[in-house]
Design a protein around this ligand. Structure first.
Ligand SMILES: NC(=O)c1ccc[n+]([C@@H]2O[C@H](COP(=O)([O-])OP(=O)(O)OC[C@H]3O[C@@H](n4cnc5c(N)ncnc54)[C@H](OP(=O)(O)O)[C@@H]3O)[C@@H](O)[C@H]2O)c1
Length: 245
């Protein structure tokens, strides 16, 4: 897909990885719908950077646990841009939830944000892309979806669900729309991860370093621009972390 003249909706694009993905797509010619939840000021900053690249940008916020909110955001974006060719699901929540401490609300928040949310966007946009004859949907999953870390079960289960959702959507939306996921490894450290924890984590990464948001953005751009014959795939971008179990 040539990104020139397309519109891309990137969730969680106010900050961190989502912002870098949004800017990479804008650099390649896409107008950007910058989705955010609470980081409105950061999202406006992303939109400003998109504008400085010569592309149109629109900031829209929604709690992606709420299907009605997602639907009205998507409707507004679709109508404003006259269609949307690319959806990148990057927004998520992540935190440690040891079995002994976990509350029902932790489970609900993570499953609703990290799995139901991406599905809500795809459920609205996917069929419309299909009807238009083309589209790309990419969700940022996690290498942890394969391993299911015991201290992070709801997050890992949600991401395993994202991988399963990707395969299901790929079949439901074929042949017009390609649906893939990226299984990211360590890219940006969670708050409070000290040097010792970082060193320990990197000990399980064959390439012996953390990735960068740019590594994830490049993989997104590859799947969008050169992935016309790739669908239902979960591409590891994790320095080989998945090889170590
Ligand atoms: N960081 C890593 O090393 C890493 C590793 C593997 C996989 N990943 C995956 O890569 C993606 C991006 O990672 P990240 O570290 O950049 O993410 P992040 O900073 O933890 O979160 C991204 C955005 O998700 C949004 N969000 C949270 N709850 C939401 C809700 N209820 N409704 C709508 N949006 C909500 C937040 O938007 P607001 O700020 O606007 O509230 C936040 O900025 C995530 O899917 C993550 O699981 C990241």
């Amino acid at each position: 897909m040539n990104l020139n003249g397309t519109a891309a909706l990137v969730t969680g694009a106010g900050r961190r990885i989502g912002r870098v993905i949004a800017l990479a797509l804008a650099e390649r010619g896409a107008d950007i719908i910058v989705h955010c939840y609470q980081s409105r000021a950061d999202a406006e900053e992303t939109a400003g950077q998109v504008n400085r690249l010569g592309r149109r940008a629109m900031v829209l916020s929604a709690d992606q646990r709420d299907w009605n909110a997602v639907e009205s955001l998507c409707r507004q974006a679709w109508d404003t841009f006259g269609g949307i060719e690319v959806l990148v699901n990057s927004a998520a929540v992540y935190r440690r939830t040891p079995l002994g401490d976990i509350a029902e609300s932790d489970w609900d928040e993570m499953l609703d944000t990290d799995l139901k949310g991406p599905f809500a966007f795809a459920r609205f946009l996917g069929p419309r892309m299909k009807e238009r004859g083309c589209g790309k949907i990419i969700s940022i999953s996690d290498t942890a979806a394969r391993m299911i870390w015991p201290g992070y079960i709801p997050y890992c289960v949600a991401k395993a669900g994202v991988d399963a959702m990707t395969r299901g959507l790929a079949r439901a939306l074929a042949p017009e729309v390609q649906v893939n996921a990226i299984a990211a490894g360590t890219v940006l450290w969670p708050d409070g991860f000290d040097a010792h924890q970082q060193e320990q984590a990197l000990g399980h990464v064959p390439l012996r370093r953390a990735g960068s948001p740019a590594d994830i953005a490049r993989a997104v751009c590859f799947l969008v621009e050169h992935g016309d014959y790739i669908t239902g795939a979960v591409l590891p971008v994790d320095g080989g972390r998945h090889l170590e179990g």
